[in-house]
Design a protein around this ligand. Structure first.
Ligand SMILES: [Zn+2]
Length: 450
């Protein structure tokens, strides 16, 4: 049986991954439990809880015990959820063996059709905005059992996380994935400041980077493995190798953990990004895009330290033409890259879209504009000529000389072409660190933030 859970936490406490860890540890009495999944949903959804993460796991349990397992899950979700918070609306989805078998009834075409609906649901939950009605429709069509509290909005994430696991079970490499090992605090310490030996984290990072990443932020000299909220998470170690994660975990000295749990996750994969082709020419708020364009205004630093430039989208059929791109103050040194851009640079921007503005997560400098055009110099007196009028060329009034063309100078740019990213302190859970592209033998010309 596959179980998906979402929306049990609030800004003030709990964490859906902790509830999952408690359940997984408990349910081992009833049958073998898989590595749980931690699925980050659309990071710019308007009504998210803290990290917008949902969880799922599979338990091998005999049919007679399915009822007992469901009861246990329901009671723990009811007991541990932050129900007093208006924004917490838990949902749980159960895909029992009977429902799984029923999905295949009608042959492999029918099964593939059902699987593709679940894939589509997961992908939409990560990249788009879903309504609770979408979840109800699919739950009822596939006869999945579910449980919810209050507005039950968590059913969306619960079904998405269950779908992610179901797809991975059939095709492990269908979606890119990474790992996170999360250590949880003992209950008496919840809400107090975390005791983590800083030096040991730097050592653990040095011993395992780049197989683990986003543990520290080198440029900003900050640890990024621990949250600052009063939730039960002590810290999390993210990476591509379970061995490296375990090695790092052994090296980190911190307050005693209550328990640890390893998750397979869509963190660090860029699953939220939509290409312009996929967007079919229309951009919507609360979605994240990859867009090609040409810089239309030199970047300027505005109030608050944010850096802004205008971009003309490359695709001709696009009628919405121009958007703004913003490197926000928390992206720190990334802004220095942006400040070096200038009109005419051809770039690809990556980030979430709202009010016609892209919140930059990454940028690819495809072709830097190395030409500086200025009015030609007069051959006699050496002074810059003046414009003789629109499309009329240039002249020197004093010497009566004339030139039809602007003078083009080739300048050195102090920045290289290639892909740049925000530092770990400013990275969304779901955004792919460029170092993963390196390790996996990907494209050239990338400039990881360290
Ligand atoms: Zn002159």
């Amino acid at each position: 049986m596959i179980i998906g859970i979402d929306d049990t936490d609030s800004k003030n406490g709990m964490c859906t991954t902790y509830l999952c860890a408690v359940l997984v540890d408990k349910l081992r009495e009833y049958g073998e439990v898989s590595i749980p999944r931690l699925v980050r949903l659309n990071p710019c959804i308007p009504f998210k809880t803290r990290g917008n993460g949902a969880v799922s796991f599979e338990i091998k349990v005999i049919p007679e015990k399915e009822g007992k397992v469901k009861e246990l899950v329901k009671s723990r979700v009811s007991e541990l959820s932050e129900l007093q918070d208006e924004e917490t609306n838990p949902g749980v989805v159960f895909i029992g063996d009977t429902a799984l078998r029923a999905m295949s009834r009608g042959g492999s075409d029918k099964r593939n059709e059902h699987i593709s609906k679940l894939k589509n649901f997961y992908e939409t939950a990560v990249r788009d905005v879903l309504k609770i009605e979408h979840a109800y429709t699919l739950l009822s069509e596939l006869h999945f059992d579910y449980f919810g509290l209050k507005k039950k909005r968590g059913l969306i994430g619960a079904l998405a996380a269950a779908s992610f696991l179901l797809v991975q079970k059939r095709e492990p490499a269908y979606y890119d994935y990474t790992y996170e090992l999360i250590a949880y605090r003992r209950k008496e310490r919840w809400g107090t400041s975390r005791v983590i030996e800083e030096k040991s984290v730097w050592n653990a990072d040095e011993a395992t980077y780049p197989l683990i990443w986003d543990t520290v932020d080198l440029a900003n000299k900050k640890l990024v493995l621990a949250p600052h909220s009063p939730c039960p998470v002590l810290f999390g170690i993210r990476g591509d190798s379970v061995d490296a994660i375990n090695k790092a975990y052994k090296l980190i000295q911190a307050e005693p953990a209550e328990r640890e749990m390893l998750f397979v996750t869509n963190q660090g994969t860029d699953s939220h990004l939509i290409t312009y082709e996929e967007a079919k020419g229309t951009l919507h708020d609360h979605h994240s895009y990859i867009l090609d364009g040409v810089i239309k205004s030199n970047p300027q630093t505005i109030e608050g330290g944010h850096v802004l430039f205008a971009l003309t989208l490359a695709l001709a059929e696009n009628t919405e033409g121009r958007i703004e791109c913003m490197a926000y103050e928390p992206t720190k040194g990334f802004r220095d890259i942006i400040r070096q851009l200038r009109i005419g640079d051809e770039v690809t921007v990556y980030g979430s879209f709202k009010n016609r503005t892209i919140n930059l997560e990454k940028i690819k400098l495809r072709k830097l504009n190395v030409e500086v055009k200025s009015n030609p110099k007069c051959a006699k007196c050496g002074k810059r000529m003046e414009s003789a009028g629109r499309a009329q060329g240039y002249r020197c009034k004093r010497c009566k000389t004339y030139s039809s063309e602007k003078e083009v100078q080739i300048v050195d740019r102090e920045i290289d072409e290639g892909l740049y990213e925000v530092p770990p302190v400013a990275r969304r859970h779901i955004s792919k660190p460029l170092i993963r592209t390196y390790v996996n033998g990907g494209i050239n010309n990338i400039h990881p933030s360290r």
